[in-house]
Design a protein around this ligand. Structure first.
Ligand code: HXC
Length: 262
Protein backbone atom coordinates (compact mmCIF):
# COMPACT_ATOMS: atom_id res chain seq x y z
CA UNK A 1 0.00 0.00 0.00
CA UNK A 2 3.05 2.25 0.29
CA UNK A 3 2.17 3.41 3.81
CA UNK A 4 5.01 3.65 6.27
CA UNK A 5 4.64 2.90 9.94
CA UNK A 6 6.57 3.78 13.07
CA UNK A 7 6.19 0.38 14.74
CA UNK A 8 5.54 -2.05 11.87
CA UNK A 9 7.22 -3.38 8.74
CA UNK A 10 4.62 -4.28 6.13
CA UNK A 11 5.17 -6.10 2.83
CA UNK A 12 3.92 -8.81 0.49
CA UNK A 13 6.78 -11.36 0.22
CA UNK A 14 4.83 -13.89 -1.93
CA UNK A 15 1.81 -13.68 -4.22
CA UNK A 16 -1.35 -13.30 -2.16
CA UNK A 17 0.48 -12.96 1.15
CA UNK A 18 0.28 -9.93 3.44
CA UNK A 19 3.17 -9.75 5.90
CA UNK A 20 3.30 -7.65 9.07
CA UNK A 21 6.30 -7.57 11.38
CA UNK A 22 6.01 -5.83 14.75
CA UNK A 23 9.00 -3.51 14.94
CA UNK A 24 9.45 -1.79 18.28
CA UNK A 25 12.72 -3.46 19.29
CA UNK A 26 13.68 -1.21 22.20
CA UNK A 27 10.59 -2.29 24.13
CA UNK A 28 10.48 -5.93 22.93
CA UNK A 29 7.44 -5.04 20.81
CA UNK A 30 5.38 -4.00 23.85
CA UNK A 31 1.94 -3.21 22.48
CA UNK A 32 1.52 0.51 23.07
CA UNK A 33 -1.60 2.25 21.75
CA UNK A 34 0.09 3.73 18.63
CA UNK A 35 1.36 0.25 17.70
CA UNK A 36 -2.13 -1.26 18.07
CA UNK A 37 -3.65 1.51 15.95
CA UNK A 38 -1.05 0.89 13.23
CA UNK A 39 -1.65 -2.84 13.40
CA UNK A 40 -5.39 -2.36 13.01
CA UNK A 41 -4.75 -0.09 10.03
CA UNK A 42 -2.36 -2.54 8.30
CA UNK A 43 -4.74 -5.47 8.88
CA UNK A 44 -7.66 -3.45 7.51
CA UNK A 45 -5.67 -2.60 4.37
CA UNK A 46 -4.88 -6.28 3.77
CA UNK A 47 -8.50 -7.20 4.51
CA UNK A 48 -9.74 -4.86 1.75
CA UNK A 49 -6.93 -5.64 -0.75
CA UNK A 50 -8.39 -8.20 -3.18
CA UNK A 51 -4.93 -9.45 -4.18
CA UNK A 52 -4.24 -10.63 -0.60
CA UNK A 53 -5.53 -14.08 0.44
CA UNK A 54 -3.87 -14.63 3.82
CA UNK A 55 -1.88 -12.62 6.35
CA UNK A 56 1.21 -13.42 8.44
CA UNK A 57 1.92 -11.56 11.68
CA UNK A 58 5.31 -11.93 13.35
CA UNK A 59 7.77 -10.11 15.60
CA UNK A 60 11.54 -10.33 15.98
CA UNK A 61 13.71 -13.32 16.90
CA UNK A 62 13.81 -12.00 20.49
CA UNK A 63 10.17 -11.09 20.95
CA UNK A 64 6.85 -11.55 19.22
CA UNK A 65 5.55 -9.10 21.83
CA UNK A 66 6.36 -8.82 25.56
CA UNK A 67 2.81 -7.74 26.37
CA UNK A 68 0.76 -4.60 26.65
CA UNK A 69 2.93 -1.57 27.41
CA UNK A 70 3.23 -1.63 31.19
CA UNK A 71 4.70 1.88 31.36
CA UNK A 72 1.71 3.22 29.44
CA UNK A 73 -0.76 1.28 31.62
CA UNK A 74 0.68 1.85 35.06
CA UNK A 75 -1.22 5.04 35.91
CA UNK A 76 -4.48 4.03 34.22
CA UNK A 77 -7.52 4.40 36.48
CA UNK A 78 -10.60 2.20 36.59
CA UNK A 79 -12.81 4.99 35.28
CA UNK A 80 -10.48 5.68 32.33
CA UNK A 81 -10.11 1.96 31.53
CA UNK A 82 -13.85 1.34 31.76
CA UNK A 83 -14.93 4.67 30.32
CA UNK A 84 -12.71 4.39 27.25
CA UNK A 85 -13.14 0.62 26.83
CA UNK A 86 -9.40 0.03 27.20
CA UNK A 87 -8.34 -3.00 25.10
CA UNK A 88 -11.72 -3.28 23.38
CA UNK A 89 -10.23 -2.03 20.11
CA UNK A 90 -7.95 -5.08 20.24
CA UNK A 91 -10.91 -7.37 19.69
CA UNK A 92 -11.45 -5.62 16.34
CA UNK A 93 -8.31 -7.43 15.29
CA UNK A 94 -10.15 -10.73 15.32
CA UNK A 95 -13.71 -9.78 14.63
CA UNK A 96 -13.22 -7.79 11.43
CA UNK A 97 -10.63 -10.06 9.89
CA UNK A 98 -12.25 -12.52 7.48
CA UNK A 99 -8.99 -13.59 5.85
CA UNK A 100 -6.83 -16.21 7.58
CA UNK A 101 -4.22 -14.81 9.96
CA UNK A 102 -1.12 -16.86 10.75
CA UNK A 103 0.91 -15.78 13.75
CA UNK A 104 4.59 -16.79 13.73
CA UNK A 105 6.06 -16.56 17.23
CA UNK A 106 9.77 -16.32 18.02
CA UNK A 107 10.94 -15.25 21.47
CA UNK A 108 8.59 -13.75 24.06
CA UNK A 109 4.83 -13.87 23.58
CA UNK A 110 3.76 -12.71 27.03
CA UNK A 111 0.52 -11.24 28.37
CA UNK A 112 -1.11 -9.23 25.60
CA UNK A 113 1.57 -10.63 23.25
CA UNK A 114 0.40 -14.18 23.94
CA UNK A 115 -3.21 -13.03 23.55
CA UNK A 116 -2.42 -11.39 20.22
CA UNK A 117 -0.62 -14.52 19.01
CA UNK A 118 -3.64 -16.63 20.00
CA UNK A 119 -5.91 -14.38 17.90
CA UNK A 120 -4.25 -15.99 14.87
CA UNK A 121 -6.21 -18.67 13.03
CA UNK A 122 -3.03 -20.74 12.91
CA UNK A 123 -0.10 -20.24 15.27
CA UNK A 124 3.46 -21.39 14.51
CA UNK A 125 6.41 -21.28 16.92
CA UNK A 126 10.18 -21.08 16.58
CA UNK A 127 12.45 -23.09 18.91
CA UNK A 128 12.86 -20.26 21.43
CA UNK A 129 9.24 -19.13 21.58
CA UNK A 130 8.07 -18.46 25.14
CA UNK A 131 4.37 -18.14 25.92
CA UNK A 132 2.84 -16.92 29.14
CA UNK A 133 0.22 -14.83 30.90
CA UNK A 134 2.27 -13.10 33.63
CA UNK A 135 -0.42 -10.52 34.48
CA UNK A 136 -0.91 -12.07 37.95
CA UNK A 137 2.59 -10.83 38.83
CA UNK A 138 1.48 -7.27 38.03
CA UNK A 139 -1.67 -7.42 40.15
CA UNK A 140 -4.07 -7.91 37.24
CA UNK A 141 -5.37 -10.67 34.96
CA UNK A 142 -5.33 -11.25 31.16
CA UNK A 143 -7.48 -8.62 29.45
CA UNK A 144 -7.47 -9.42 25.74
CA UNK A 145 -9.02 -12.86 25.76
CA UNK A 146 -6.21 -14.89 27.37
CA UNK A 147 -8.34 -16.60 30.02
CA UNK A 148 -10.79 -17.68 27.31
CA UNK A 149 -8.59 -18.53 24.31
CA UNK A 150 -5.83 -20.23 26.29
CA UNK A 151 -8.40 -22.37 28.11
CA UNK A 152 -10.07 -23.40 24.83
CA UNK A 153 -6.64 -24.16 23.34
CA UNK A 154 -4.95 -26.22 26.08
CA UNK A 155 -7.74 -27.12 28.52
CA UNK A 156 -8.73 -25.84 31.95
CA UNK A 157 -6.08 -27.48 34.15
CA UNK A 158 -3.11 -26.24 32.10
CA UNK A 159 -4.60 -22.79 31.47
CA UNK A 160 -5.49 -22.36 35.14
CA UNK A 161 -1.96 -23.35 36.17
CA UNK A 162 -0.41 -20.98 33.60
CA UNK A 163 -2.60 -17.99 34.50
CA UNK A 164 -2.50 -18.46 38.30
CA UNK A 165 1.27 -19.03 38.51
CA UNK A 166 2.37 -16.71 35.72
CA UNK A 167 4.83 -19.43 34.66
CA UNK A 168 5.95 -19.55 31.03
CA UNK A 169 5.20 -22.25 28.44
CA UNK A 170 8.13 -23.33 26.23
CA UNK A 171 7.86 -23.87 22.48
CA UNK A 172 8.16 -27.63 22.97
CA UNK A 173 5.36 -27.64 25.56
CA UNK A 174 3.20 -25.41 23.34
CA UNK A 175 3.64 -27.94 20.51
CA UNK A 176 2.79 -30.91 22.73
CA UNK A 177 -0.27 -29.15 24.16
CA UNK A 178 -1.58 -28.09 20.76
CA UNK A 179 -1.32 -24.37 21.50
CA UNK A 180 0.62 -24.07 18.22
CA UNK A 181 0.16 -26.02 15.00
CA UNK A 182 3.90 -26.56 14.45
CA UNK A 183 7.25 -25.94 16.13
CA UNK A 184 10.12 -25.18 13.73
CA UNK A 185 13.86 -25.67 14.23
CA UNK A 186 14.93 -22.08 13.53
CA UNK A 187 13.24 -18.66 13.66
CA UNK A 188 13.71 -18.28 9.87
CA UNK A 189 12.00 -21.62 9.24
CA UNK A 190 9.11 -20.51 11.45
CA UNK A 191 8.59 -17.25 9.55
CA UNK A 192 9.13 -18.86 6.14
CA UNK A 193 6.83 -21.72 7.11
CA UNK A 194 4.11 -19.22 7.97
CA UNK A 195 4.63 -17.41 4.65
CA UNK A 196 4.51 -20.73 2.73
CA UNK A 197 1.27 -21.73 4.47
CA UNK A 198 -0.23 -18.30 3.74
CA UNK A 199 0.80 -18.61 0.08
CA UNK A 200 -0.85 -22.02 -0.15
CA UNK A 201 -4.07 -20.74 1.42
CA UNK A 202 -4.03 -17.70 -0.89
CA UNK A 203 -3.81 -20.02 -3.92
CA UNK A 204 -7.28 -21.48 -3.25
CA UNK A 205 -10.68 -19.96 -3.96
CA UNK A 206 -11.01 -17.04 -1.58
CA UNK A 207 -14.73 -17.77 -1.32
CA UNK A 208 -14.05 -21.29 -0.06
CA UNK A 209 -11.28 -20.10 2.28
CA UNK A 210 -13.55 -17.50 3.84
CA UNK A 211 -16.31 -20.08 4.33
CA UNK A 212 -13.89 -22.61 5.83
CA UNK A 213 -12.56 -20.10 8.37
CA UNK A 214 -16.08 -19.07 9.32
CA UNK A 215 -17.18 -22.69 9.77
CA UNK A 216 -14.21 -23.66 11.96
CA UNK A 217 -14.67 -20.54 14.10
CA UNK A 218 -18.33 -21.43 14.69
CA UNK A 219 -17.17 -24.57 16.48
CA UNK A 220 -15.78 -22.30 19.20
CA UNK A 221 -19.20 -20.82 19.95
CA UNK A 222 -21.86 -23.40 18.98
CA UNK A 223 -22.82 -26.85 20.23
CA UNK A 224 -22.05 -29.77 17.91
CA UNK A 225 -25.56 -30.02 16.47
CA UNK A 226 -25.92 -26.33 15.63
CA UNK A 227 -22.32 -26.25 14.44
CA UNK A 228 -22.83 -29.12 12.02
CA UNK A 229 -26.05 -27.50 10.77
CA UNK A 230 -24.21 -24.22 10.23
CA UNK A 231 -21.48 -26.05 8.30
CA UNK A 232 -24.01 -27.82 6.08
CA UNK A 233 -25.81 -24.55 5.21
CA UNK A 234 -22.53 -22.91 4.24
CA UNK A 235 -21.51 -26.03 2.29
CA UNK A 236 -24.83 -25.94 0.40
CA UNK A 237 -24.33 -22.24 -0.29
CA UNK A 238 -20.99 -22.88 -1.97
CA UNK A 239 -22.83 -24.73 -4.79
CA UNK A 240 -23.96 -21.24 -5.76
CA UNK A 241 -20.36 -20.12 -6.30
CA UNK A 242 -18.52 -20.15 -9.62
CA UNK A 243 -15.47 -21.58 -7.92
CA UNK A 244 -17.28 -24.80 -6.96
CA UNK A 245 -18.03 -25.35 -10.67
CA UNK A 246 -14.47 -24.40 -11.62
CA UNK A 247 -12.87 -26.61 -8.95
CA UNK A 248 -14.90 -29.74 -9.63
CA UNK A 249 -14.80 -29.36 -13.44
CA UNK A 250 -11.01 -29.01 -13.28
CA UNK A 251 -10.76 -32.24 -11.27
CA UNK A 252 -12.96 -34.12 -13.76
CA UNK A 253 -10.88 -32.78 -16.69
CA UNK A 254 -7.56 -33.45 -14.93
CA UNK A 255 -6.61 -29.74 -15.10
CA UNK A 256 -5.65 -27.32 -12.41
CA UNK A 257 -8.37 -24.84 -11.45
CA UNK A 258 -8.17 -21.15 -12.34
CA UNK A 259 -10.16 -19.60 -9.51
CA UNK A 260 -12.52 -16.71 -10.21
CA UNK A 261 -13.02 -15.89 -6.52
CA UNK A 262 -16.71 -15.66 -7.35
C1 HXC B 1 6.77 -1.94 28.51
C2 HXC B 1 8.55 -3.38 28.25
C3 HXC B 1 7.68 -4.49 28.33
C4 HXC B 1 6.28 -4.24 28.50
C5 HXC B 1 9.69 -5.20 28.08
N1 HXC B 1 9.76 -3.87 28.10
N2 HXC B 1 8.41 -5.61 28.21
N3 HXC B 1 8.08 -2.12 28.35
N4 HXC B 1 5.88 -2.96 28.58
N5 HXC B 1 5.39 -5.24 28.54
C6 HXC B 1 10.97 -3.04 27.98
C7 HXC B 1 11.79 -3.08 29.24
O1 HXC B 1 11.27 -2.18 30.19
C8 HXC B 1 13.15 -2.65 28.72
O2 HXC B 1 13.15 -1.25 28.54
C9 HXC B 1 13.19 -3.30 27.34
O3 HXC B 1 11.85 -3.57 26.99
C10 HXC B 1 13.96 -4.62 27.34
O4 HXC B 1 13.42 -5.45 28.34
P1 HXC B 1 14.29 -6.12 29.52
O5 HXC B 1 13.37 -6.38 30.63
O6 HXC B 1 15.53 -5.32 29.78
O7 HXC B 1 14.72 -7.49 28.80
P2 HXC B 1 15.04 -8.90 29.48
O8 HXC B 1 15.83 -8.71 30.74
O9 HXC B 1 15.60 -9.74 28.39
O10 HXC B 1 13.61 -9.47 29.93
C11 HXC B 1 12.63 -9.78 28.96
C12 HXC B 1 11.25 -10.00 29.66
C13 HXC B 1 10.92 -8.76 30.52
C14 HXC B 1 11.30 -11.25 30.52
C15 HXC B 1 10.24 -10.19 28.53
O11 HXC B 1 11.10 -7.57 29.72
C16 HXC B 1 9.52 -8.76 31.04
O12 HXC B 1 9.24 -9.44 32.03
N6 HXC B 1 8.65 -7.95 30.45
C17 HXC B 1 7.27 -7.79 30.91
C18 HXC B 1 6.46 -9.00 30.53
C19 HXC B 1 5.02 -8.85 31.04
O13 HXC B 1 4.77 -8.75 32.25
N7 HXC B 1 4.06 -8.84 30.12
C20 HXC B 1 2.67 -8.70 30.45
C21 HXC B 1 2.30 -7.26 30.46
S1 HXC B 1 0.66 -7.04 31.05
P3 HXC B 1 14.37 -0.33 29.06
O14 HXC B 1 13.89 1.05 28.75
O15 HXC B 1 14.56 -0.63 30.50
O16 HXC B 1 15.52 -0.79 28.19
C22 HXC B 1 -0.29 -7.35 29.74
C23 HXC B 1 -1.74 -7.18 30.01
C24 HXC B 1 -2.54 -7.49 28.82
O17 HXC B 1 0.13 -7.67 28.69
C25 HXC B 1 -3.92 -7.04 29.02
C26 HXC B 1 -4.65 -6.87 27.75
C27 HXC B 1 -3.87 -6.41 26.60
Amino acid sequence: SGKTYEHLLVSSPKPGVGFIQLNRPKALNALCTPLILELNSALRDFQTDKSIGAIVLTGSDRAFAAGADIKEMKDLTFSAAYGNDFIESWSDLVTFLKKPLITAVNGYALGGGCELAMMGDIMYAGPKAVFGQPEIKLGVIPGAGGSQRLTKAIGKARAMETILTGDNISAKQAGEWGLVAKVFETPEECTNGAIATAEKIASYSQIAVKAAKEAVNKSQDLGIREGVEFERRVFHGLFGSKDQKIGMAAFAEKKSPEWSNE
